[in-house]
Design a protein around this ligand. Structure first.
Ligand code: SF4
Length: 361
């Protein structure tokens, strides 16, 4: 069949995409509900996280907090625990805060208008368009990384997808393509296309339902798009942490401040290793600085590595014994002595989970 100029055939494009989506969409739990709160939870989880991983977390989260009211009254620690391992914990804290606002100020109902919903903590342009369109069929085009990739290929867009300055261009293209009769279905179909057909590597163009409209496919230039702005190499930080045991065999956990990376999670005290400092000395120094304790009998346990979006960490972990001092916090929000068995009740960062099995060996 002859290629169709997309710009002249938007309606044909919509029909082809929606027809494919209706037939072949994956059966996902959040597609079986019309509860706006459930749809919202799924959209928040899906940002930065793969569908496969989200399915399990979503079902457990909804079981534990079935309504916006249940989430609003839950302790933050329970919410963070349910989120543990999904990463980007600000998403969970914001969702929790937003649920409280909805219950306190909005009669417990997820707002059906764009502006009120957009003002809730953690709700950005993508979330508002996705939730409002899927839950209420409102005419907003959602644009995430997957959709940008599809648009870049469909229209041979030169704008780098990782440059904030390009956002407007992608939004304009998405707005023009949007099916105004079924915006929620259309947004989901675009997301699905990006996830299963127009994949980052090796897009499945031959079975793509919209290949007839695709400029990149027509020009055999799929591999050149999307364009990306060059980014700096990811920095690596070296850290030393100490698992401090007291006389009764409990260990000291500190809680991070609520704002910022891993906010509200619990961890073992420690910090960065300075230039020309040994990891062991850094562990002792950081413990003194952060919780005001001195330790003795410091022994190396293990090394773990972990990658975040913008940096990597290499952590040397030591076990040590409490020697002297009263806890005084300089940085953490809270500190607690807990048994090894009780560690599982606390939301802990992934990097900490990587060495938990080594404790007490
Ligand atoms: S034809 Fe290929 S490059 Fe174009 S939208 Fe479909 S999968 Fe993506």
């Amino acid at each position: 069949m002859k290629k169709k100029q997309l710009i002249e055939h938007y309606q044909d494009f919509r029909e082809a995409l929606l027809d494919w989506f209706r037939r072949y969409q994956r059966d996902l739990p959040w597609r079986r509900t019309d509860d706006p709160y459930h749809i919202w939870v799924s959209e928040v989880m899906l940002q930065q996280t793969q569908v496969k991983k989200v399915v399990d977390y979503y079902e457990k989260f909804i079981d534990q907090f079935p309504s916006v009211r249940d989430l609003a009254v839950a302790p933050l620690q329970d919410v963070l625990k349910a989120w543990e391992g999904l990463g980007y914990y600000a998403r969970a804290r914001n969702l929790h805060k937003a649920a409280q606002i909805i219950v306190d100020e909005l009669e417990g109902k997820v707002p059906t208008d764009y502006t009120t919903f957009r003002k809730l903590p953690g709700v950005g342009d993508y979330s508002v368009a996705a939730v409002q369109s899927i839950a209420f069929n409102a005419p907003y085009a959602a644009v995430d990384g997957n959709i940008k990739r599809v648009l870049a290929r469909l229209f041979l867009m030169e704008a780098p997808i990782n440059d904030a300055k390009s956002a407007k261009l992608f939004q304009q293209k998405a707005d023009a393509l949007l099916d105004l009769k079924e915006p929620g279905l259309f947004n989901q179909a675009m997301m699905e296309l990006g996830a299963v057909i127009c994949r980052p590597q090796s897009p499945a163009c031959l079975v793509c339902p919209v290949n007839l409209f695709c400029e990149a496919f027509d020009a055999t230039r799929q591999a050149e798009f999307p364009k990306r702005r060059e980014t700096k190499p990811t920095p690596e930080h070296r850290l030393a942490v100490g698992v401090i045991y007291n006389k009764t065999g409990e260990v000291l956990l500190t809680q991070r401040q609520l704002d910022g990376l891993l906010g509200g999670l619990w961890e073992f005290p420690g910090g960065q290793i300075a230039k020309d400092e040994t990891a062991e000395n850094a562990c002792i120094r950081n413990i003194a600085e952060v919780v005001n304790l001195s330790v003795r009998n410091v022994r190396y346990l293990t090394r773990v590595r972990h990658a975040y979006t913008h940096f990597k960490i290499v952590v040397d972990v030591f076990q040590c014994d409490y020697a002297d001092g009263e806890i005084a916090l300089n940085g953490p929000r809270d500190a607690k002595w807990v048994t090894i068995a009780a560690l599982q009740d606390y939301p802990l960062p992934r990097a900490t989970h990587k060495f938990l099995d080594e404790l007490g060996k």
